[in-house]
Ligand binder design. Structure first.
Ligand code: ADP
Ligand code: MG
Length: 305
């Protein structure tokens, strides 16, 4: 079966009315809404590197979209569409069926259309997705706006996916295979959060990117870290290790002024928020337990380590 037949069979569904031209021509066409900026990002998943080789094709399809929608959410933006660049070692119809179903399930859940891509043969299974979204001009939440005195918050629970990677088959594996991009929360934080990042490489490292970009520091209260009940049998140090240095959480970490935090609490949110610390003037990340200094060294995921 040729490339075009793969595209027609698995990746050519009806798109939403907000897509002027989707899969099938040399490029897709979109009309930007007035006074909005295009928000665009890309993320690549390599088999054996970003997911275990025996991960179900449905989960791979879901996750390849979800990790990108998470980046769009981390800017406060509304996701709109994706492009898919797929490199396949061979044509495996069962795999393509499961993969495309997982990809469309994630797209459908978050109101996103697949509008184009590329399909090639390659020795390694590689999936690269580009996501597009929109945000009112000037409203994007970047990494550089944190101010001393802001609270540091994180959504959901952290460390589940890293724990699951070391305990394959555990019920928490759904958090590794089917991350939930925090699209609703991201958009609700527009106009409220001072900075934001999605947690993909470990909370400590990703918060570190905010601190560096904002030229500030932070104190985190270890007892406030949102850790799943499934991890409570581990030692406290192990729990913190997963929560702070584990990857693949796809939660949102953001900073917010105390006044805006009160406003946020009055909103209906589809995920829990934990206040885990505060931004400081001194440019370092410190940890406290019940207010007492507790020194910890963490390193998040390094792609070229
Ligand atoms: P071109 O040769 O002009 O780059 P292609 O033959 O690669 O075009 O692709 C034909 C059409 O199918 C294009 O609209 C392209 O965006 C789309 N497409 C190719 N691969 C995929 C894919 N994996 N998922 C979605 N759309 C795809
Ligand atoms: Mg062409």
């Amino acid at each position: 079966m040729a490339e075009f037949s793969i595209i027609d069979t698995y990746f050519h569904r009806q798109t939403s009315a907000s897509v002027d031209l989707g899969v099938g021509d040399d490029s897709a066409l979109l009309t930007p809404p007035p006074q909005q900026q295009l928000v665009i990002c890309a993320d690549t998943l390599v088999a054996g590197r970003h997911f275990p080789l025996d991960t179900s094709p449905h989960a791979i399809g879901w996750k390849s979209v979800a990790v990108n929608l998470s980046d769009i959410a981390a800017m406060g933006a509304k996701p709109h569409s994706i492009l898919l660049a797929l490199s396949l070692p061979q044509i495996d119809h069962d795999w393509l069926k499961g993969f495309s179903q997982g990809l469309y399930d994630c797209c459908d859940q978050f109101g996103v259309s697949l509008i184009g891509g590329d399909t090639t043969q390659s020795p390694h299974l590689t999936i690269s997705v580009t996501a597009l979204g929109w945000i009112e001009t000037g409203k994007a939440i970047t990494r550089s706006g944190a101010q001393a005195g802001d609270y540091v918050c994180v959504s959901g629970t952290v460390g589940d996916a890293a724990f699951a990677l070391h305990n394959l088959g555990h019920p928490l594996q759904k958090r590794l295979d089917y991350p939930t991009p925090r699209c609703q929360l991201g958009q609700k934080l527009k106009g409220l959060a001072s900075s934001m990042i999605d947690v993909s490489d470990g909370l400590a490292q990703d918060l570190g990117h905010i601190l560096k970009a904002s030229k500030v520091g932070a104190t985190l209260e270890l007892n406030q870290l949102p850790i799943s009940p499934d991890l409570q049998n581990l030692t406290q140090e192990q729990q913190w290790q997963y929560a702070l240095a584990g990857g693949d959480d796809y939660e949102l970490c953001f900073t917010i002024s105390p006044q805006n935090y009160e406003k946020l609490l009055q909103q209906q949110l589809d995920v829990n928020i934990s206040k885990i610390g505060q931004i400081t003037q001194q440019t370092e990340l410190t940890f406290v337990q019940n207010g007492v200094d507790h020194s910890l060294q963490f390193h998040g995921y390094q792609h070229f380590a």
